[in-house]
Design a binder for this molecule. Structure first.
Ligand code: DGJ
Length: 721
């Protein structure tokens, strides 16, 4: 062949689309290859590190799956219930004639820009499933969802509607899940996955992540490690019930099914309507969890988090300081404390509303969003004005999806409440959930924000709380279609949040759910930040923040300094909160002068360094799960600024202290190491303080940043010379 012909054939391979039957989906480092087999079934033939030569795709073999080697299907991308597959399916449909299954065959696909869509069709029933893949190349994240549609006359029900099925082949598989409870969010638990199934799911509806968080990690070929090994990290973007199923089959293939939890949610899908599943996002890191976390954080900052590029406000909250016991005078005094502290915003929490049933505690008033006249006679406008006079912005707490039975709202609209018609009602925190499937209720929930904003256009921030799961699962609005409730509730919520965002694009909002009961990445398309936990004991927070940092950027993680664990100094408490989106929820009058001074200085330092604190380049250097210390590091993109956060939790007697090796620096550059945020009058005793090192030295030899004392913390600035 002439040189020219050779070159031509090379370009042909490179630029011509692959055959209609091979679909390649890739990011900078990961590749997913799908192929259509002789039975027109769509199968996964590769998922792993991106192949260098696209010509190699033709070498991929169609794996056999299922019960025997004669199985016709291969590793089917969207397997259905009730046909050949023995394992957990992604899709289940009940046709109008009662037939409980479908066979989905490839029809066509298209690839435009970073999006791929693949149409599958049942040849017997008018049912289409379109699979979507969106790649975020630079961040190495793949997004998957499906759209389901039918043209049948009569009632068609969806029994299952997962977003994704992925297959892996490795010698062994280790799952990390993030178990939770109130004040115990993101407890990382590991286990080996052997033959059979492990399900991680939620069925709490509104406060969906109370017991389990919608994230997982799987070590492929060994337990997950921070800097080595292949690891799959995934999350479902859905502010409601989710389900991840990990199943190791008879051929030792791991199947990972992710989607909305279909339990109690057999969905009536109307003819010609499109059912869009939730979004599943995953990354496949070849260099351990650290790299996967940096990818997720970068992706959140570039594509997902609401107002990700905008600043965030430090704040003083009154919840743990006053609880429900406040009045105008007390609040105005707190505004001046906020000013003295140097924060940007004062956040008024629960307890400002209700007249017939004033919100004196959590037994009454939810739903009646009018200011309590005898508590705050001059209303919210007066508070906004007074805050402004003190040089701070004003923010306010709402819980608009909920209602106390003791409220005017519940009396007026009993048909707006989710409750079983024929059974005793179970109350969680003395409250019930409004039926967001109902458009009238959606209007009402929107009006809670809208009325406040209309009256007080200068409100800058809302804390949107959600303290109850859906406990009495019956929607008066949906009547006989109760299976749609959990899904339509979330869709109703998104409709409201879409309206809020469209009308008030500058409003900052915290997603809160009795702590971290809501923490999904699609919720954060509407909220600028989320409340990680009511547990602000700094030791517990080291674990909770460590957990969330696997997926979430620091800018979105609200971290407040409170009275939890007074054994820890104010410095230790502030230094832990400094890692996230810093706030205070504490009575400042109770602090010593030195402690108050420390807080003021720390806020100034935080404001000076927040771009580094919020950088997605996170290096987790020493894990709190080892028990004694915790060290994490952030580096900005240009590698000229870095911050090291070091905490001694409970060092062992006689423990020999190791150097901590930094990461992510420029090896050839010189850096000055300086401890900042010192208590008034105190000097740093770190041996590395004020010294200059090469990046190479800091990363290979390291520095001592831990001690043998309980509850000691250091914030260390590492600046390029
Ligand atoms: C639960 C939240 O997590 C708290 O921060 C506080 O806002 C209370 N609700 C108020 O009722």
């Amino acid at each position: 062949m002439t040189k020219r012909a050779l070159l031509f054939s090379y370009f042909l391979v490179l630029f011509l689309p692959l055959s209609a039957q091979t679909i390649s989906i890739s990011t900078d480092h990961t590749q997913l290859v799908l192929q259509v087999n002789s039975q027109k079934r769509l199968c996964q033939t590769y998922l792993g590190e991106r192949l260098s030569e696209q010509t190699d795709l033709s070498q991929l073999e169609m794996p056999q799956a299922g019960l025997s080697s004669s199985c016709i299907r291969g590793l089917e991308v969207y397997p259905v219930m009730g046909t050949e597959d023995y394992y957990e399916p992604t899709f289940e449909i009940h046709h109008a004639d009662g037939n409980p299954t479908s066979v989905l065959k490839y029809v066509k696909h298209s690839q435009q820009g970073n999006e791929t869509s693949i149409v599958l069709r049942d040849e017997v029933y008018p049912v289409d499933v379109t699979l979507y893949y969106k790649v975020f190349e630079r961040e190495d994240i793949i997004q998957q969802w499906a759209e389901i549609r039918h043209e049948e006359k009569g009632k068609v029900y969806l029994g299952r509607y997962a977003s994704s099925m992925l297959y892996f082949e490795a010698p062994n598989y280790y799952l990390t899940e993030f178990a939770s409870d109130w004040a115990k969010e993101m407890q990382m638990l590991d286990q080996e996955l052997k033959f059979g199934k492990k399900v991680v799911d939620s069925r709490l509806g509104t406060r969906a992540n109370l017991m389990a968080q919608p994230f997982f990690e799987v070590g492929l070929g060994g337990p997950v490690r921070e800097n080595e090994g292949t690891v799959l990290m995934g999350t479902l973007g859905w502010t409601g019930n989710f389900r991840f199923t990990f199943e190791v089959d008879n051929q030792h293939i791991l199947r990972v099914v992710s989607g909305i939890n279909h339990d109690a949610s057999t969905y009536l899908l109307k003819k010609s309507d499109t059912f869009r599943t939730a979004d599943f996002f995953f990354t496949l890191s070849q260099n351990g969890l650290g790299e996967g976390s940096r990818r997720f954080q970068r992706w959140m900052m570039n594509h997902q988090l609401h107002k990700a590029k905008d600043d965030r406000m430090t704040l003083l909250n009154n919840w743990e300081n006053t609880y429900f016991d406040f009045n105008e005078e007390k609040l105005v005094a707190l505004f001046s404390e906020a000013k003295d502290l140097g924060v940007d915003l004062f956040l008024l929490d629960d307890g400002w509303f209700g007249n017939k049933y004033p919100r004196k505690d959590d037994h009454a008033g939810l739903g009646d969003w009018q200011v309590t006249q005898d508590k705050l006679p001059q209303g919210i406008p007066y508070l906004v004005k007074k805050a402004k006079e003190n040089g701070v912005n004003f923010g306010i707490w709402i819980e608009p999806e909920m209602v106390n039975p003791k409220s005017e709202l519940a009396e007026k609209h009993p048909d707006w409440l989710i409750q079983l018609p024929s059974r005793d009602t179970y109350y969680f925190r003395n409250q019930m959930v409004l039926d967001l499937c109902n458009p009238k209720v959606q209007d009402f929930v929107f009006s809670v924000v809208d009325d406040l904003m209309q009256e007080n256009p200068e409100i800058k921030f809302m804390k949107w709380d959600c303290n109850s799961p859906i406990t009495n699962i019956y929607s008066p609005y949906l009547k006989e279609n109760q299976g749609n409730l959990y899904v339509d509730y979330v869709r109703g919520l998104y409709k409201v949040l879409d309206r809020v965002q469209a009308k008030y694009p500058d409003l900052y909002m915290m997603m809160c759910s009795g702590g971290g009961g809501r923490s999904d990445v699609t919720g954060l398309r509407y909220f600028t930040e989320f409340w990680c936990s009511d547990n602000t004991d700094p030791i517990e927070r080291l674990f909770i923040q460590w957990g969330y940092s696997h997926f979430m950027p620091a800018k979105a993680m609200c971290a407040h300094v409170t009275e939890w664990n007074r054994r820890a100094s104010i410095k230790f408490r502030v230094d832990v909160a400094f890692q996230g989106k810093l706030g205070f929820d504490i009575g400042l009058k109770g602090l010593s002068n030195d402690d108050r001074q420390y807080c003021r200085e720390a806020i100034k330092e935080y404001k000076r360094l927040k771009e580094v604190v919020w950088s997605p380049n996170l290096y987790r250097l020493v894990s709190p799960y080892e028990g004694q210390h915790c060290v994490v590091q952030r580096v900005n993109d240009s590698k000229d600024k870095s911050i090291v956060f070091a905490y001694d939790i409970h060092p062992r007697y006689g423990e020999s202290l190791l150097n901590t090796r930094l990461q992510g620096l420029d090896a050839s550059a010189k850096y000055k190491v300086k401890e900042i945020c010192l208590m008034p009058g105190k000097q740093s005793w770190l041996p590395c303080n004020n010294k200059v090192y090469t990046g190479d030295y800091l990363m290979k030899v390291g520095i001592k940043v831990t001690s043998t004392n309980d509850l000691v913390s250091h914030i260390i600035e590492v600046m390029k010379e």
